[in-house]
Design a protein around this ligand. Structure first.
Ligand code: PLP
Length: 233
C-alpha cells in the first residue's frame, strides 16, 4: 500500500522540485535531496521509501525511529533526525542518525560534542533557526542566531553542515518565502564569515511549502504527507 502510493506520488514531487529549480535558475549540480519523513507511519513506509529509491529517512523522535532503524539495519539507509532532541537522548541519537537537523540550543550542541568526543568521532549537525520567530518553535531566531552558531562551530567534535528551518503554519506564500529568504541570507553569512561552517545543506521545505523553499535555495526538503499520506498518529 505504501509503495503503490509512493510510486504515484514521487515522480510528481520530483517534477515539482525540478520546476522550482528551473524557476529559480538553479543549475542541475545544485541538487535537492528528498528526506522521506516516515514519522507517524510504520516500518512499511520506510521499506517503501527504499524500494522507491529514497535513501534518506527522516524521523522526529529517537524512540520511534529506533524500532524502524533496527528492523532495516542492513539496508544501507541514511537516518536523519528532524525533530527536537532532548539532551538525555543524545547518546541513543548518535547511534542511529547520520545528520541531526534540529540542533536548537548551545547546550544541546555541547552535549552532542561531549558524547561525540567520548566516542572518538565527529557528528554532523544542522543548526535550527526559527525564521518566523514563532514562540512555539524551537531554534534560534534569525536575528540572534549568528553568535551561537559561531560558538557551535567552535565545538571540536561537532561538524556544522548548515542550517534548518521550519516555516510557520500559514497559507500566505509571501510569509513563507520571506522565512526561507531570511534563513538563506543567514546561511550565506555563516558560509562567508565562519571558517568552520561547512555550508553543505540548507534544510527547508515540507509538504506544504517545499517548492517555495527550493526557489529560495533549499538543498534538502523534508517530506512526509505528500509521500506517505496523513500520519496515523
Ligand atoms: C513532520 C515533519 C516534516 C514533514 O512534514 P510534512 O508536512 O508531512 O511533509 C518535516 N520536518 C519536520 C521537522 C517535521 O517534524
Amino acid at each position: 500500500m505504501y509503495l503503490e502510493r509512493l510510486e504515484r506520488a514521487l515522480p510528481d514531487v520530483q517534477r515539482r522540485i525540478e520546476r522550482a529549480c528551473e524557476r529559480a535558475g538553479r543549475s542541475d549540480d545544485e541538487s535537492v535531496t528528498v528526506v522521506a519523513v516516515t514519522k507517524g507511519h510504520p516500518v512499511e513506509a520506510t521499506l517503501a521509501a527504499r524500494e522507491a529509491g529514497l535513501q534518506v529517512i527522516g524521523e522526529s523522535r529517537v524512540q520511534e525511529a529506533r524500532a524502524k532503524w533496527e528492523a532495516t539495519g542492513d539496508l544501507g539507509l541514511s537516518w536523519h533526525l528532524v525533530g527536537h532532541l532532548q539532551r538525555n537522548k543524545v547518546q541513543r541519537a548518535l547511534q542511529m542518525f547520520e545528520l541531526i537537523h534540529s540542533v536548537d540550543s548551545l547546550r544541546l550542541a555541547a552535549a552532542i560534542d561531549q558524547e561525540a568526543a567520548r566516542l572518538g568521532r565527529s557528528v554532523s549537525i544542522l543548526v535550527q533557526v526559527n525564521a518566523s520567530s514563532e514562540e512555539s518553535k524551537f531554534g534560534f531566531t534569525v536575528d540572534d542566531a549568528f553568535d551561537p552558531i559561531r560558538d557551535i562551530c567552535d565545538l571540536v567534535h561537532v561538524r556544522v553542515r548548515g542550517l534548518m528551518t521550519m516555516a510557520p503554519f500559514v497559507d500566505d506564500r509571501s510569509v513563507l518565502r520571506e522565512t526561507f529568504r531570511r534563513t538563506c541570507v543567514l546561511f550565506e553569512r555563516c558560509r562567508d564569515e565562519l571558517r568552520r561552517f561547512d555550508a553543505a545543506h540548507l534544510s527547508m521545505g515540507m509538504t506544504n511549502d517545499f517548492e517555495i523553499a527550493v526557489e529560495e535555495g533549499s538543498t534538502m526538503v523534508r517530506l512526509g504527507t505528500v509521500l506517505f499520506g496523513e500520519r496515523l498518529r
